[in-house]
Design a protein around this ligand. Structure first.
Ligand code: UDX
Length: 457
């Protein structure tokens, strides 16, 4: 088999950028990315990539057609490659047992069967997608369930990239985790994957482990990150009831080197495709093993996240004299975080729906996520979508910051204030604006976890 031919099945947020980085750093490998979605592949082959990531365009331009190829013939890809990365999506199940909690593995299982059917020689199959622990075992079982002497080794190589910083995370990872069965064949297969990363990642950052530790580490890393956000968000509620400022508290605790300063920004809640899904998966696995207390502990991280969104809505209602019916509210941002157009699990989605339930008139602006917002909220009529934040805010009673896009901190808020209905409100769901400055202009300002700055007595 040709271990210099790498295939990736799944051309999404993980597969596309990761393979682009491998192609860029390993010119001696030929990397092919395939997907059942022909339109997506066509876009990867165009100037309009289906994923927005700073720095991705440049890498794609430098490698596409040289040693990076986007194609639709999955079976041919499988036949020609010795190493197959699987990056298909594993959304949360929406039906049957474990609905809303367990991962929906149907695409993933279909892919495993496809690999088995098309393979004519030994393959190393690498799990890239976030999947519940023991998926590798299921994959092994599917791959080896057919008569024949083709050998398959399943490797877990979880992806830790964050959207918006994917290219930097891929180029300078904190660590690369590669798990396999600890048999001679498993270890030999694992080495083939280590060799790929050694082209640009220092040896000491490449961690080898058993396959279950590797799979579980991914879920646990995301659960811990999300837990930090829920912890600071829970404290933001207490700060709002007292004279404390959550930013000052975060700074004070973050200077403890055991805690560190990252991921302590209070917000309207975490979003994204991974955190909620991974925690619910983790909790589901715990329940499967009868560890109900452990499951409950992790589920509370998601509960606080839901609470934080609802608290934000109630804060808006309360500040705006307990009614927002017929009032125009402008959402600054819809993406789940800055520097991405991705809106999966974005808190803005829940907040937009709740505001509509309260009969507010919504205007949504975002530099990258307007198309996704339109699709997500297609069933709700009467929402205005406007890419220009100045036009979006015009005539509105309130602005609510949903996404921490840098551009929102640099706008001319005097001009915006003059164009709005009075009294004008700003609810800064990300604490990115100059609250004092806004207050001086005339806004009533409501940050997260800090005392509001208002003009009413
Ligand atoms: C996450 C993990 O960081 C990454 O390692 C994993 O591979 C995939 O899941 P991602 O979902 O892309 O990455 O974004 P991340 O930067 O982790 O942010 C997640 C959410 O938390 C966003 O909605 C973000 O705005 C929010 N957040 C983050 C906060 O509310 N406060 C913070 O301090 C940090």
């Amino acid at each position: 088999m040709d271990r210099k031919n790498i295939l990736c099945i799944g051309a999404g947020y993980v597969g596309g950028p990761t393979m682009a980085m491998i192609a860029c750093k390993c010119p001696q490998y030929r990397v092919t990315v395939v997907d059942i979605n022909h339109e997506k592949i066509a876009r990867w082959n165009s100037d309009d990539l289906p994923v927005y990531e700073p720095g991705l365009d440049e890498i794609i331009r430098a490698t596409r057609g040289k040693n990076l190829f986007f194609e639709t013939d999955i079976e041919k890809g499988i036949r020609e490659s010795g190493i197959i990365f699987v990056g298909v999506n594993t959304p949360t199940k929406t039906f049957g047992a474990g609905a809303g909690k367990a991962a929906d593995l149907q695409y993933w299982e279909k892919t495993a069967r496809q690999i088995r059917e098309a393979s004519e020689s030994r393959k190393i199959v690498v799990e890239k997608c976030t999947i519940p622990v023991k998926t590798a075992l299921a994959m092994e079982r599917i791959l080896t369930s057919k008569d024949g002497d083709i050998r398959f080794d399943v490797i877990s190589n979880p992806e830790f990239l964050a959207e918006g910083t994917a290219m930097r995370d891929l180029e300078f990872p904190d660590r690369v985790l590669i798990g396999s069965r600890e048999t001679p064949n498993g270890i030999e297969a694992r080495k083939a994957i280590v060799d790929i990363y050694l082209n640009w990642v220092p040896r000491e950052k490449i961690i080898e482990s058993n396959i279950w530790s590797s799979e579980l580490s991914k879920l646990v890393a995301n659960a811990f990150l999300a837990q930090r956000i829920s912890s600071i968000n829970a404290i933001s509620a207490l700060c709002e009831k007292t004279e404390a400022d959550v930013g000052e508290v975060a700074r004070a605790i973050g200077l403890d080197s055991r805690l560190g300063s990252k991921f302590l920004n209070a917000s309207i809640g975490f979003g994204g495709s991974c955190f909620k899904k991974d925690i619910l998966n983790l909790a589901y696995i715990c329940r499967t093993y009868g560890l109900d207390d452990v499951a409950g502990y992790w589920e509370s991280v998601v509960d606080i996240n839901e609470y934080q969104k609802e608290r934000f809505i109630l804060g808006i209602l309360n500040a705006m004299f307990n009614t927002i019916a017929g009032k125009r509210i402008c959402l600054f941002g819809f993406a789940f975080k800055a520097d991405t157009g991705d809106t999966r699990e974005t808190p803005a989605y829940t907040i937009a729906r709740r505001l509509c339930e309260e009969k507010a008139e919504l205007v949504i602006t975002d530099p990258k996520a307007i198309d996704n917002a339109k699709t997500d909220l297609a069933d709700i009529g009467g929402i205005t979508y406007e890419p220009d934040p100045y036009k979006a805010a015009r005539g509105c009673d309130a602005i609510a910051v949903m996404t921490e896009w840098k551009l929102y901190a640099g706008l001319d808020y005097r001009q915006i204030y003059d164009s709005m209905t009075k009294p004008a409100f700003i609810f800064d769901g990300r604490n990115i604006l100059d609250h004092k400055g806004l207050h001086e202009i005339g806004f009533n300002v409501y940050p997260i976890g800090k005392p509001p700055l208002v003009h009413f007595t």
